[in-house]
Design a protein around this ligand. Structure first.
Ligand SMILES: Nc1ncnc2c1ncn2[C@@H]1O[C@H](COP(=O)(O)OP(=O)(O)OP(=O)(O)O)[C@@H](O)[C@H]1O
Ligand SMILES: [Mg+2]
Length: 232
């Protein structure tokens, strides 16, 4: 294995996140240690209330640990202010959501082009890259369609194209098949497998052990604590 292949994208060291409601303190993550290497396809599996969304928010730089250290693609996240966090988020992470989170009344092409705007890419180049991303996902004939004119599976493929268009170091997917029927869900997982085969780094968060088997490594979250999982 080359040195490059074992470089970490994600390093969590003793990360805890305690919510303070004023009345009680809820330890949602407790001393979590996790290393995800470049090129891995990792599943984080956990039941309701285990800390998945908390984990997603921290990995996605939408929230900060109460204690511990998070290094994303070589950058210690605790050294960044909110603008710095937003910058790292838009540069390093492509998000895929359960409910797609596409802009309504906006074409697939414009949806996919949008993240490039924040990177200062010119309009012509944005549209060119967005079209290429949609074509790679088999949606070359749906560029002008708005989300309401697409099936759920197609909307999620637009969501994946949007996550890929900035060529992020990490793809972070939160229950990406949660709203899909089994056929479209399997299609989305097969896209992730292909992306993994092409060297992309993917973290998939799910409550569903069957979905998790698409990944090449898994960890279980239980009551905010992490353990290696055996994927069937
Ligand atoms: N803002 C908050 N304030 C207080 N407690 C919270 C807050 N957000 C989450 N929690 C608590 O932290 C724990 C983990 O919640 P989290 O939302 O991360 O779970 P989850 O695995 O995403 O669950 P689900 O599958 O139901 O979405 C839960 O016990 C929850 O009640
Ligand atoms: Mg959740």
């Amino acid at each position: 294995m080359s040195a490059r292949a074992v470089e970490p994208i994600i390093e969590l060291e003793d990360v805890s996140r305690i919510y303070d409601t004023g009345r009680v303190q809820v330890p949602a993550l407790v001393d979590v240690n996790l290393r995800v290497a470049k090129g891995e396809f990792m599943a984080i599996i956990g039941p309701s209330g285990s800390g998945k969304s908390t984990m997603m928010n921290i990995l996605g730089c939408l929230d900060r640990p109460t204690s511990g250290r998070y290094v994303l693609d070589g950058q210690p996240v605790d050294e960044l202010d909110d603008d710095g966090l937003a910058f790292v988020r838009s540069r390093s992470i492509g998000f895929v959501f359960q409910s797609y989170n596409l802009l309504p009344r906006t074409s697939a092409l414009e949806n996919v082009a949008a993240p490039l705007l924040y990177q200062g890419v010119g309009r012509k180049e944005r549209l060119k890259k967005a079209q290429a991303a949609l074509e790679r996902l088999g949606l070359g004939d749906r560029l002008g369609h708005e989300p309401s004119e697409l099936s759920g599976g197609q909307q999620q493929r637009v969501g994946i194209a949007r996550a890929l268009v900035t060529e992020p170091a990490l793809i972070l997917a939160d229950e990406p098949t949660g709203n899909l029927d089994s056929h479209s869900g399997a299609e989305v997982l097969s896209i992730f497998k292909d992306l993994h085969a092409l060297g992309r780094t993917i973290v998939l968060i799910t409550h569903d052990i069957d979905v998790a088997t698409a990944a090449n490594r898994g960890v279980h979250l239980r009551d905010g604590q992490l353990q290696e999982a055996v994927l069937a």
